[in-house]
Structures are given as C-alpha cells and as structure tokens.
Ligand binder design. Sequence first.
Ligand SMILES: C[S@@+](CC[C@H](N)C(=O)[O-])C[C@H]1O[C@@H](n2cnc3c(N)ncnc32)[C@H](O)[C@@H]1O
Length: 355
Amino acid sequence: MTAFTPVLPELTASYLRTGLHQVKGWLNVSTAVYLSGVQAAQRGAGVNGDVAEIGIHHGKSFLCLALNLPADQRAVAIDVFDDQAANLDQSGRGDREIFEQNLATYGAGDNVDIVQSSSLDLEQAGFVAAGRRFRIFSIDGGHTDLITVNDLRIAERTVIDDGLVVLDDVLNRHWLGVITGLFSYLGDGGSLVPAVLVPNKLILATSADQAKHCRAMFAEQFPDGLEKADVPLAGHQIDVYGDRPWLVRGEDGRSEPVTGHELMATITAARLAELEQQLRSARAELDTTHRQLDTTHRQLAATRQQLRAAAQPLYRRAARRLPWLARPVRPVFRRVRAVVRRSRGSSDRDGSLGG
Ligand SMILES: C[S@@+](CC[C@H](N)C(=O)[O-])C[C@H]1O[C@@H](n2cnc3c(N)ncnc32)[C@H](O)[C@@H]1O
C-alpha cells in the first residue's frame, strides 16, 4: 500500500526524495519521513524550541531535524567527531568535514551549532544548566546502557514541555545496551513517557498528557503509517508506526517517492519481471506437455481401435465354438451348486439351535 506523507516544506521534501540515500548513516527511510514530518508538524503548530541530536556520523538523521528551521531556532549537533577515543563502543564514526558538506549540500541554514564533545561531558560543560529549550532531542550517540541513561537524563532536563525525545536502536539486537539503558532509566524514576515506536526509534514525551498529544499528532500526520495501536510498554500504551513505501508530498503539490523506496521499487520491479519471465516459460512448457498428452491420448485411442478390430474375428470364432466347450462342463456346475445348497441348509439349522 502506498502511503502519503503530510505536505512537507520543499527543502525537506527534496532531501527525502533525492538526498537521503546519498548521505551515509543509519536511518530507516520511513523513520526519516516520521522525523521530518514531526519537525514540520511541531513548527506548524507553533511549538517554539530548538532541535538537538547526540550522535551525528554524517548527519543523515540530523538533516531531518535541521532543515527549514525559522531564523530564531537553533539545531545543535553533538558528536565526539575527531576524538574517536571517546567513542567507547565504536558506534558509527562522526566525521565533521563530511557532515558540514552535507549541511551545505542539503540547505541547512546558518543556525546549526556544532558541539564536539562526548555526551558524558555535556553536563559538566554547562549544557544542562543552559535550561529547557529543545522541541526535539534525538539520541543516537554511544549505545552502552550507561551512555543511554546519561543521554536520556540530559534530554529529560533540556526538552520543553511539549518537546519529544527520540531514542535510536531501541530494538536493535546488536545494541542491547540501549534497551537496557532505557529500562534502567524508566525503573529509576525517569520522567519521560514512551509514546510512539517507529522503525528502530522510540519517541518519548515529557508526561502522560504529552504522550497522548504526540500519539494524536502521529495519527493526524501519518494515518497511512499506523501498524498497531495501544501496545503496552513498561506500563504505558504506545502506538507503533511501520515501514511504508512513502510518496512525499511537497508544497508544490507533487507527490514523489522517497529515494530509498524508489530503489526498493526498482529492485522489486526487476524481480517481478524475472518472475514473469519464469511464469511465461513454465506456461510454454505446460502447453507443450498438454499437446504431447493430447497426441498420446489420440495414439492410445487409435491403438485400442486397432486392437478391437483385430480381436473381432477371434471373438466370433470363440462364440461359434462355445456350445461345444460348454457341454462337458455343465454336469460339474450342477454338482457344485447342489453341494453349496446343502452346506447352506445345514448352517441355517446350526444357527437356529444355537439361538
Ligand atoms: C550510530 S552513529 C550516528 C548515526 C547518525 N545519527 C545517522 O543518522 O546516521 C553514532 C555517532 O555517535 C558518535 N558518538 C559515539 N559515542 C558518543 C558519545 N559518547 N558522545 C557523543 N557522540 C558519540 C559517533 O562518533 C557516531 O558519529
């Protein structure tokens, strides 16, 4: 089923349609749609705040958050970049130069702040003390449980009331530190509330009420994406949104596929053509077999006919001789019949005595 995105600003629409698959990184195509759509919807609803991401690599997901920001909003990119010794579990490898090139290529404005730091050092650097200011805070840096707890706590203390926190790789079986960290955080009284799961990312709100708003916003923006509603998670109900072949609607009225899905569509079309070819060959073989079967049936019928014709004189000759053959056999038949009758009569009498 094709799915339609909400109408997105031109830069975002064009990044999704043609830029996304050029930028290296780890981001599900549908999740790129959801992140971009949420950012645009918040902006449309007048939610006033900055956006931030811990863990940039080349900026694939950051660009979903940072395009089309109003002049008075900032996009903050946090990564260890060159200091890869601080990338404790070697999750990705931030490259500031490529990141900055991508910002320029896809039209992120001047309002990007790059913070080269481990997220473990942010609090000491006064990042939290600077106050609540983010409307979206994406966490995709180190994937250990301790870093996940650290990053969730930083996000919790810096997002605004109607802000959202996006936690990456929450169900990635290779990075189980993330889910371990999430449950530690929730178990230790973390105040963020799970609201929506998109492919590979969990979106949390600042309260149960805000989680409800977030779910309502998703239902309104992405009606084609809902996979399952009201799924229980750690004492909360969340909605699960899935992977779809999105058509990106732009402000110019055009609806075009997301590049990743376009590629997928090309691959699928090629496979389909291959299968159709196989089907055609199989049909041709079946036709040949049917024709051979018809020929065999016709040959069989002709052979039967010939056999019958050949047997006719033999039947006739045998019939002529039958009375002569039957005469000596008749007395033998009579005797056999008498023996059978006698034996039936005696078994009837035995039956009545026994009753
Ligand atoms: C999985 S990649 C991020 C992927 C990226 N969000 C994307 O869309 O492709 C993880 C990034 O986090 C950075 N990183 C790892 N540990 C970090 C930490 N403790 N603090 C900040 N950045 C970290 C790495 O350098 C790497 O660029």
